[in-house]
Design a protein around this ligand. Sequence first.
Ligand code: BGC
Length: 792
Amino acid sequence: MDNKDVLKQLTLEEKCSLVVGKDAWRTKNIDRLNIPSLFMADGPHGLRKVVDDSSIHDLAVTAVCYPSLVTLASSFDCKLAGLMGESIAKEFKAAGVDLILGPGINIKRHPYCGRNFEYFSEDPYVTTQMAKGYIKGAKKQGVGVCLKHYALNSQETYRMSSNSIADDRAKYEIYYKAFQELVKLDPEMVMSSYNYIDDTYASENFKHLQTILRDEFGFDGVIVSDWSAVNKRVDALIASLDLEMPGVIYSIHDLIKKIKKNDKIEKYLDASVLRILDMISKFSGKIQKTVSLDDNHLNAITVAKESMVLLKNEDNILPIKPNEKVLLVGEMAELVRYQGGGSSHINPYKIDSIRETFVKHKCVSFSKGYNSKDLSNDQVLIDELKTLAPNFDKIIVVCGLTDEFESEGYDRIHLEIPKNQQFVINQLANLNDNIVLVLQIGSPIVMPYLPKVKGVLNCYLGGEGLGKALESVVFGKTNPSGRLAETFPMNHSSIPSNPYFAKGNRNVFYQESIFVGYRFYQTVNQEVLFPFGYGLSYTHFEYSNMQVSHPILINQYINVSIDITNNGPMDGKEVVLLFFENKKPNIPRPIRELIAFDKIMIKNGETKTVTFKVNADMFKYYHPELKQFITDDGVYHLQFCKSARDILIEKPVTVNRGTLYKDSIWNKINSYNPAKGLRFDTKDFEQLINRPVLNQTIKYKRPFTINNSFEDMQDVWLGRVIYKMFLNRAKKEAKNQDDQFVNMMMASIKTQPIRTLAILSDGAIGINTAIGLVELINGHIFKAIKYLLKRD
Ligand code: BGC
C-alpha cells in the first residue's frame, strides 16, 4: 500500500504517536497497519546500541570502537571514510539497527569545544568530503544516516540554552555549508541542535528548518530533534521537525489536544507522518546479516594507521631502527584514551593497548611516569624514570588529554595537557636527548615543551586498535600520512573566536564571522603552532610541472594538474591540497580556501600526476544582499600547498563571465577588512547581523519556567535545596556508570534546562513533576501541587 493511503487510515492518535519516539531509540510501530518501528543508535564512531531500548544511558552492547571523526578527518582519505562508514553499518545491520545517528558535521569554531573530537574539521569542504565518504559507505550496506547537529552548535557550554547569532555569510559559507552539500546525498535524517538560533530554538525555528533546510537546500527527509531538544511540540511540527526523540508520552497528549482545538495544524502533522512512513518503508523487511568483529577490528586499525599525523621528526628520530632500545613512558600507554566521552561512547570489542603491543618487542621497556587520576607529580615514578631514562636510545612518552579534560557536555578551559604529564616530559628531556611524544587528544593543544622533544606523533583518538596502529607507524611498517584538518594555535588568545566563545549563559555571537580556523590565521598572517593541512612523512615529495588546461574560466571545467615525485627513502602516501586565492577580491575574503584534495600512494622513486577538475563556481562566496552564492569575475590563484601556510606552486586563472559586482555591507565595515587586521568591531558586527550585540549573561528571576536551569535558580533557597537533591539522586543512579559518563552528567545537571533533565532522566522524573518543582521554587504552591499530583 502507498504511504499516502496508509496515512489516510491512521487515526489522529496514531499519527501523533508516530511523530514522537516510541522510546529512547525507536519510532512507534503500528501493528494493525503493519508499520514497524525504525531503530536508530549512536554513532558516529561505532555502534552504541544500549542493552535496554527504553533507556538512554544504559550500557551498550559490545561493538568495534573506531577512531573518532577528528582522527578520520586527518587521513584526508574519502575512501577510508567509506571503509569506516561501511564497517560501522555492517555492525548496525547485524544488530538490527536501521540508522546511524551521525556523522556529526559541525564546524570546529574553537579548540575548546568539548565535542570537537566528534566533528571533522574547521573547514566545511573537508567536512563535506569526508562525511560524503562515510555516508556512501554506510548506504552501501543499506543503513541510514543522520547529519547532526543542525546548526551553529559549536560549544558545549550552555549547549541546550544558548542562542547562536551569526551573520549570513558565516552561516552559509561556514556553518550551513556541509549540511547544504550533504543533503544532496539523501541522508535519511537531519538532527536539529539543542541551541536557539536567532532567538528561536533550532528545533522550532521555521526559517532555519523549513525555509533554509527544506526549501533552499532541498532536504525532504526526516528532521529529528536532538535528544530532548523539543520545547513546544506544535511549533516544532509547524517548523517541519518531524520526529521528537526520545519519546515522551506528554508530547503525544499535548499534540492531540492542540490539534483537536485547531485542525489547521493537522496538515503539518500529515506531512511529517508521511516523511516518517517513507523513511520506515525504506528499511522494513531488510535482512539482518552477520558481521565479523575481528575483521572490523582490523578496519579500525587501518583507519588509525592512515590518520596519524607526524608533527615533528627531527633527525629522523622515527621510525625506530632495529635494535634500538626504547623506553615507553606514560600511563596513557596502558590506559589508552582511544575515544571521547558522551553519546558516542562505545563499549569496545577489544582494546589493543600501546603498552601490551609494544613490550612484545624485546627492545622495549615500560615505565608508568605519571598517573591519570591523581594529577600531582608522583615522585616514586619520577625517580624510576631518572634511573631508567639515560640507559635507553630513545624514549617514547605517551601523553594527552584525559576524559576529565574534554567530553560532550562541557568545554575545555585551557589548551594544555595535564601538568603532571608536562612535568614528566620536561624531566625526560633532562635525562635523554631522543624523545618522541605520542599524543592522544581530541582537539588541539599547546606544547611549550616542543623544542625539547625530537618527535611528535599525534594519534588523536585512535579507536580500539590504536596500539597496533601506533606500533606499525613507530616501527616503520606504515609511513605516516595524516594531515591536520584543523589549526593548532600558538595560544588561546590568538584564536579568532576566543573573545566570543562560551562567554555567558545566553547569546553566543559569532563575531569572527567567516574567519574561522586557517581562514583567519592566513588572512592576518598570524603565527600558529601547526597550520591546517600540516603533517610530515618518513619520505619526501617534490611538486613540479603545474598545468592549467585553460587560463580563462567561463562556465566550463578545466583540469589543474601537478606532478609529484617521491624522492625517497620509502614508499608513502601524499595528501595533495589545492587552494584558491583572489588577491584583489571585491568583498573581504579569506586569503586561501581549500577547494580540492586527494590522497595518493607514490612508490619510492616514482612520479605521479594528480589532476583536479576546477570550475568558477568553486570560488563562490555568499553575497548577503543578493542572498545567493556568487563568483565575481577576476583573477584567482590556484595554489598547491603543503599546508594552509605553505604554498608550493601556484598559477592564476581568470574568471570572465560578465558578472557585475554589487556592493555589500561588507565593503563598509572597516574592521572586517583583512588589510586592517580583522579586528571585528562590535558596531560593525551589529551591522552584519542587523541587531544590537546585547549582554551575554542573563540573571534569571522568578517566575522560572522548565526552560530554566538549576543554575538560574541558585539565588532562591528552595532552588538550591532541590538542586542538591537532584545531584544526590543522580549520583546514586549513576553508580554503575563509568567515570566519563559521570563527569559529563555532573557537568550538565546544573546548566541544563529542567525540561531536558526530566526527559533525559530515563523516567526518574516526569515532565509534570518537573513543572511542579519549578512552581514550588516560584512559590506557587497550589499550581505546584496540581502538577505534582498529575500523573506523568
Ligand atoms: C547528542 C546526540 C546524540 C543523542 C542520542 C544527544 O545528547 O547531542 O549527538 O545522537 O544524544 O544519544
